[in-house]
Design a binder for this molecule. Structure first.
Ligand code: LLP
Length: 423
């Protein structure tokens, strides 16, 4: 069987595919591998900026980039430059974002189990919004907030919408650890309790129904429920959360950020949401996924009766998504991106687990072999951010490319880095 080359739509915006190479942002992937080594995350800055700008244009002011999808200083400064707020889910994410120079009043603090320290830091720094998740948090806020240390808040609610996606990343249903249920009355009780706290200004409600969602219907349903639910409140914001899906493999198609925004906005207005209420969102994946490519070097080919194993110099440590969610990816040969892909292999990593599979059935040119550069596109989201150093494999470097220039934004982890916590 021979498979067509992978479609250009899975590559970053500023990618050029030729018979004998791929350049992104005007820089040859082959040269990047030579300069920075492999595995390597390469991000096209043009794609990142375009998606940030599209998000800022499509939603109202206060719309955020979900930094958990890919967090480093360069990324959050870029998102901030392009007009987005930055959403963080823990004190660790908050710390990196603040160190990066993003002003606290452009940061939105999430979390289903915020510690006293995390809440206190968010308040002290003066974050833009704290998204309140549960009754224990309300109690903690009661102790930490007063007229002198005010906080602007949203309430996270579960609208009871079952999103069509993997159960591990589904969050809008009733049976979830996140948020206050609308149906049970908890969300209404939470709003009343927060209104009684001196120093808390409540701006509206927030719902995040899940991640990697291809159909806009779930978001529209969620927006209608939230609009109905807040009909008699004097709120000025409604947030649909993140979760817009992206195409990872040939044949998949996802709505654009603009289409997503139009659909959710229309659903909210149709349900009677007042025109002055800002409609917000916090996409992560839809901004960063397609901008990123991971470069690997092939080290070993092993043929068994059932298949061919092709082992690369990374694996589940730089991309745990196939193992965690059964996620699909495509692969291409960096030096022959337009060649027919006549070779079927199981693309595996270098970790000590049979489950260390990047692509169960990858198609590559017939002569791709040991020493060649193989890359997986659409790895910009939840790859680096969920990377580990399992088996003490150092985390890859991350490079941004733009207009013919490359800049390293995260250096490769070293063996010294790996030893630094030993006491
Ligand atoms: N807002 C909240 C409250 C979230 O929990 C998330 C993601 C987002 C926004 C951004 O969602 P996105 O637009 O990126 O789908 N590790 C999984 C995804 C987990 C998503 C967690 N929350 C994966 O690799 O598919």
């Amino acid at each position: 069987m021979s498979i067509e080359p992978i479609p250009a739509s899975l590559f970053p915006d500023a990618a050029t595919l030729r018979e004998n190479g791929v350049s992104v942002g005007g820089v040859e992937l082959r040269e990047l591998a030579q300069t920075y080594g492999t595995p390597l995350f390469v991000y096209d800055e043009a794609t990142l900026r375009a998606r940030c700008r599209e998000t800022a244009d499509a939603f109202d002011d206060g719309v955020a980039f979900a930094s958990k999808s890919f967090l480093c200083g360069a990324m959050v400064r870029l998102a901030h430059d392009e007009g987005l707020c930055v959403d963080v889910a823990t004190g660790g994410e908050l710390d990196i974002v603040l160190r990066s120079g993003v002003p606290a009043d452009r940061v939105i603090m999430h979390g289903n189990n915020k510690s006293n320290e995390e809440i206190a830091r968010a308040i002290k720094e003066g974050v833009h919004r704290v998204v309140v998740d549960n009754f224990d948090e309300i109690e903690r806020l009661g102790e930490l907030v007063n007229a002198g240390t005010p906080v602007n808040a949203l309430v996270r609610v579960t609208p009871g919408v079952e999103a069509h996606t993997h159960e591990y990343v589904r969050t809008g249903q009733e049976d979830t650890k996140f948020g206050f249920s609308v149906a049970s009355g908890d969300a209404r009780r939470a709003i009343s309790m927060l209104r009684e706290l001196t120093g808390v200004t409540l701006h509206g409600v927030h719902a995040h129904i899940g991640s990697q969602i291809f159909e806009v219907e779930g978001f529209c349903q969620s927006m209608s429920i939230l609009s109905d639910f807040t009909r008699d409140d004097d709120f000025d914001e409604l947030c649909v959360g993140g979760g817009l899906g992206v195409a990872y493999v040939s044949g998949e198609k996802a709505p654009s950020i603009t289409e997503w925004a139009h659909a959710t906005r229309a659903a909210a207005r149709k349900s009677g949401l007042r025109a002055e209420v800002r409609i917000l969102a916090e996409p992560g994946r839809a901004i960063v996924a397609q901008a990123g490519i991971t470069l690997y070097r092939v080290g070993v080919i092993k043929r068994v009766a059932q298949r061919t194993y092709m082992a690369v110099d990374g694996g589940m440590s730089d991309n745990p998504r196939p193992v965690l969610y059964g996620s699909g990816y495509e692969a291409f040969d960096v030096d022959r991106p337009l060649a027919a892909r006549a070779q079927s292999v199981r693309l595996v990593g270098k970790h000590c687990e049979s489950g260390d599979v990047l692509i169960d059935e990858a198609y590559l040119p017939a002569d791709t072999g040991v020493g060649d550069l193989v890359a997986t596109p659409v790895t910009g989201a939840y790859g680096y951010s969920m990377a580990s150093n399992y088996n003490r494999v150092p985390r890859p470097a991350v490079v941004f490319v733009r207009d013919g220039n490359a800049r390293e934004v995260l250096r490769r982890e070293t063996l010294e880095d790996l030893a630094r916590l030993e006491v």
